[in-house]
Design a protein around this ligand. Structure first.
Ligand code: OMD
Ligand code: FE2
Length: 452
């Protein structure tokens, strides 16, 4: 499949509006074509001896050249100058609170929960790349094994600075504030309720209009795919056509541009003398994309029992073992709950996988209001016992089971087969809820051998 589209370079007067009038190319996993100037894409070939308009041609690979065709990803870029033109990379003195190699971090079987992460003070200028705090993860990107969870909070645009991640792919869940993301393949406007995936190696910069906050899932190997649907059939959950990819956009600016990369967990910077967002045309299937979670087509039990949360999987990044994820991205969206004779909130459980949860808005049906809130987070590690708090248990086990539409919120889970280690930052920040475990202590003993 392929989609063809064109975009025009906006005039300065239109710059104000360009974010609200963006167009996108639809379809998960498609091969796309996009050009700003007609004929900038070479016809029927990738690297002509001379490209139209004096452009340079560059291939960006998203997989090994020899990966099977159905997994192979790459994009051809036709640009004013190639990004190879830069000065020496310098290692930044500090990586702040960003951790990528978890070898020396600790894991804990304790249930953990965090209150909403703080926004930067208005007097501190913090951009998207500066405002990351790693909460936890596992593995090491140099061996392409593992994953990490970061939280971001920022209040300033990146300006003439771009970032690319050498360590893995990013799945970003905005919780507060709109992200105006310019990538080498074009622009994406990403609001809360939406997610954006930026695969490794793709340069991007983020503009903001005020304070922003959210969550980042980073996977060190492979890429996100749509989950198989099995007996569900050909449709449902996140439908492929709802995934939106940018159209080509370029600027021709000679300016000191800083390129930052996270490379084996360390931040490096180099300088270019022009904007890296100088791609006039591109074609390929290695592309950033966004998805509006409100489009998720939710499946659920319509007679009895609470199904496993895998029915809510939006995207998955798989290990070698089919069905076992480096990380699944799972949401708990508004939906009807109609099960009869059933305890409807999540069951008590001890999971084979680690569960890191966050909240975009509202509340979650396993926790009484006030504990797990928008911008907050929780971690229930491998085989750590968890489930509804005492208030929720008592309320739900006595509830009148008429059909109920849960419209109260949007929580999500990054679920991983790896034992997530927790950073010193996450264990020492003031947002850590030291009383979390107490929410289960009031659970009453209801056992009565004489009453069935
Ligand atoms: O722990 C959680 O709240 C997430 C979750 C939800 C659910 O419906 C079933 C299992 C599960 O881990
Ligand atoms: Fe759980």
């Amino acid at each position: 499949m392929s989609a063809k589209s064109t975009a025009t370079k906006p005039s300065t007067a239109a710059v104000v509006d360009q974010w609200t009038t963006l167009s996108y190319q639809a379809g998960f996993g498609n091969h796309f074509c996009s050009e700003v100037l007609e004929g900038a894409l070479p016809a029927n070939m990738n690297n002509p001896q001379q490209c139209s308009y004096g452009l340079y041609c560059e291939q960006l690979s998203g997989t090994a050249f020899t990966m099977p065709r159905f997994k192979n990803q790459r994009t051809w870029l036709y640009r004013i100058l190639p990004p190879v033109v830069h000065d020496l990379y310098k290692k930044n003195a500090s990586t702040g609170d960003v951790i990528t190699d978890f070898t020396n971090e600790d894991a804990t079987p304790q249930q953990l929960r965090w209150k909403p992460m703080a926004f930067p003070k208005a007097t501190d200028k913090v951009d998207f790349v500066q405002g990351w705090k790693t909460m936890g993860g596992a593995g090491d990107p140099t061996l392409k094994t593992g994953m990490a969870v970061h939280m971001y909070a920022a209040n300033t645009s990146m300006g003439d600075k771009c970032f690319y991640n050498s360590d893995g792919d990013f799945l970003i869940v905005p919780q507060e504030g709109v992200l105006k993301i310019t990538t080498e393949m074009g622009k994406l406007l990403v609001s809360p309720h939406e997610i954006v995936v930026i695969p490794r190696g793709i340069r991007f910069t983020v503009d903001v209009d005020g304070a922003v906050r959210g969550y980042i899932l980073e996977v060190y190997n492979r890429h996100f795919i749509l989950p198989d649907l099995g007996p569900i059939g050909a449709n449902g959950l996140a439908n492929p056509r709802d995934f939106e990819h940018p159209v080509a956009w370029y600027e021709d600016r000679d300016v000191d541009y800083e390129v930052v990369t996270k490379f084996a967990g360390k931040m490096f910077s180099a300088h270019m003398s022009f904007s890296p967002f100088n791609v006039v045309a591109w074609h390929g299937n290695y592309v950033p994309y966004k998805y509006n979670l409100d489009h998720f087509c939710t499946m659920n039990s319509v007679n009895y029992d609470h199904p496993d949360p895998s029915i809510y999987t939006v995207l998955t990044c798989q290990t070698d073992e089919p069905g076992c994820a480096v990380a699944d991205f799972v949401i708990f969206p508004p939906r009807w709950m109609v099960q009869e004779k059933t305890f409807r909130p999540p069951y008590y459980h001890r999971n084979h996988m680690s569960e890191f949860m966050g909240m975009v808005y509202g509340h979650y049906d396993a926790k009484a209001e006030g504990g797990f809130v928008p911008g907050g987070a929780s971690l229930h590690s491998i085989h750590t016992a968890h489930g509804p708090d005492a208030d929720t248990f008592l309320q739900a086990s006595n509830a009148d089971l008429k059909p109920v539409k849960f419209t109260g919120g949007l929580a999500f889970m990054f679920e991983s087969t790896y034992m997530m280690k927790v950073t010193d930052y996450a264990l020492s920040c003031p947002q850590l809820d030291k009383d979390y475990h107490k929410c289960w202590q009031p659970l009453p003993k209801l056992f009565n051998p004489k009453k069935k």
